[in-house]
Design a protein around this ligand. Structure first.
Ligand SMILES: Cc1cc2nc3c(=O)[nH]c(=O)nc-3n(C[C@H](O)[C@H](O)[C@H](O)COP(=O)(O)O)c2cc1C
Length: 245
């Protein structure tokens, strides 16, 4: 099996790192890997902010509910979906910014940013490092934007903590391909029949070394989606200049 694919299939989030900063050389490699992903229409609609100031890192960490592995890690980056550069270009030419503000371009920036982050994650794992995405920065997206001085037409999507792992969790079982891959059309029966997978996830949660629990995948999802999470994200995006339409 190809070693890159092998590594991808072993991907796990790491939540316990050594207190050892990454070297500048490693960080440069990771950042260049992030930059090298595909980009919709080559707009490169993201910026990456490394949080190096200890006090700032602590403040951000406390917002995330993931503080231990944001504070103690090799490096912590905030991935910012970013159309501010394009807004400036249009402004300089006296053009309307409507083309920046649309929902479509918000999706474009989100996708570009995510491709960059996952490139960094894969690169980090190839160097034996561990990673964890930190969507918890959106627990207070407005404060994060203020702390990082984010201009309009940008938004902080998530953090990525990268470091030398103290240990790794067991790989979480993914859905069988039959639940996630269809041919020619969306096959409702095939893609939503997740009874077997629910049991597999339940066994995984019951048997894992830390934080064992009796939960199926359905239980987890119902818990996650039963109420509106982070309702301030939409209004914040509007304030950042996006029309959401
Ligand atoms: C966009 C995104 C945001 C995430 N945010 C957090 C977070 O704030 N804190 C955390 O501990 N894990 C976070 N995770 C990690 C997920 O919980 C994890 O990927 C998922 O449970 C699957 O586990 P695995 O990565 O070990 O396979 C995030 C993952 C993604 C993709």
């Amino acid at each position: 099996m190809d070693p890159i694919i092998e590594q991808m299939k072993k991907n796990v989030s790491v939540r316990d790192f050594k207190d050892e900063p990454l070297t500048d050389e490693v960080k440069k490699e990771l950042l260049q890997a992030a930059q090298s992903g595909s980009s919709s229409n080559f707009v490169q609609a993201f910026s990456i902010i490394e949080i190096s100031d200890g006090k700032l890192r602590d403040t951000i960490a406390d917002i995330t509910n993931s503080a231990p592995y944001v504070k103690k890690t090799g490096a912590f980056y905030v991935f910012v979906a970013d159309l501010y550069r394009q807004a400036q270009m249009l402004k300089r030419r006296g053009l309307s910014l409507d083309g920046i503000k649309s929902m479509e371009q918000l999706l474009v920036a989100t996708v570009d940013t995510t491709i960059a982050a996952e490139n960094m994650a894969t690169a980090a794992e190839s160097l034996g490092l561990g990673i964890c995405y930190i969507g918890g920065i959106r627990n207070d997206i407005r404060q994060i934007a203020e702390l990082l001085h984010l201009p309009k037409y940008t938004f902080p999507l998530y953090g990525l903590t990268v470091g030398i792992p103290n240990g790794k969790n067991q790989v979480k079982p993914r859905m069988p391909l039959s639940n996630q891959v269809a041919t020619d059309h969306y096959d409702v029966e095939q893609l939503t029949n997740i009874g077997d997978y629910d049991q597999k996830v339940r066994e995984y949660y019951l048997s894992r070394n830390s934080n064992a629990q009796d939960s199926t995948w359905t239980d987890k999802n119902v818990d996650f989606f039963k109420e509106i999470r982070r309702p301030d994200v939409g209004p914040f995006l509007k304030d950042q200049g996006f029309s959401l339409s």
